[in-house]
Design a protein around this ligand. Structure first.
Ligand code: COA
Length: 165
């Protein structure tokens, strides 16, 4: 498997793949593909990676800046992340996420947040922190990974692209 940054020719596949991955997900807004396009249009897809197997895109992950109330800078949000349904649970998601987190570290990011299944994201070091909140989402579903010694406190806001419909 190869992992590389997205290029302009990938956008149609990323849209189809994201739509297919979230199609049957209970908690999905079904807007994930539109969110990626809004982030791209706004120029805030800081890290957007595709995984390639046998010459085909099999997965995608996006990271974009988030704001933390107070002074925290250099924080990012993980997601959406999508693997084609028939390629899931083969380690592709983990490889994409690990690669993306490494790239954020190399960009001197301070840390990353994610909204999602705690059991999945804890394997990368994400953990919930009662001092770092996201709206009224139950704390266990909102997790953070601190790259530096400083854990920020406050309310997190994703980019306006996440309001895309
Ligand atoms: C979630 C997703 C990105 C994971 O990628 P993947 O390549 O399928 O998963 P991986 O092979 O990297 O990891 C498999 C492991 O994750 C676990 N896992 C996968 N999806 C999970 C979920 N939603 N909740 C909890 N654990 C999950 C599997 O049980 C497996 O655990 P194990 O290693 O202990 O056996 C992928 O399944 C997907 O695209 N799902 C639909 C879209 C989605 O839910 N995106 C994330 C929204 S937060």
């Amino acid at each position: 498997m190869q992992i590389r940054l997205e290029c302009p020719e990938d956008t149609d596949t990323i849209r189809s793949l994201t739509t297919a991955a979230f199609k049957d997900m209970l908690h999905s807004s079904q807007t994930e593909a539109a969110i990626i396009e809004a982030l791209r249009k706004a120029g805030v897809l800081t890290v957007s990676l595709v995984a390639i197997m046998d010459g085909e895109i099999v997965g995608h992950v996006a990271f974009s800046p988030v704001k933390v109330s107070g002074t925290a800078k250099g924080w990012y949000g993980l997601g959406p992340v999508s693997i084609w349904p028939n390629q899931q649970r083969k380690g592709i998601g983990q490889a994409l996420i690990r690669d993306g987190l490494d790239r954020l570290r190399r960009l001197n990011a301070q840390g990353c947040v994610v909204l999602g299944a705690p059991a999945y994201y804890s394997r990368f070091g994400f953990m919930s922190d009662p001092e770092l909140r996201y709206g009224d989402v139950p704390p266990e579903y909102f997790q953070r990974l601190v790259f530096t010694a400083i854990a920020p406190k406050g309310e997190v806001a994703f980019h306006a692209g996440f309001d895309a419909t």
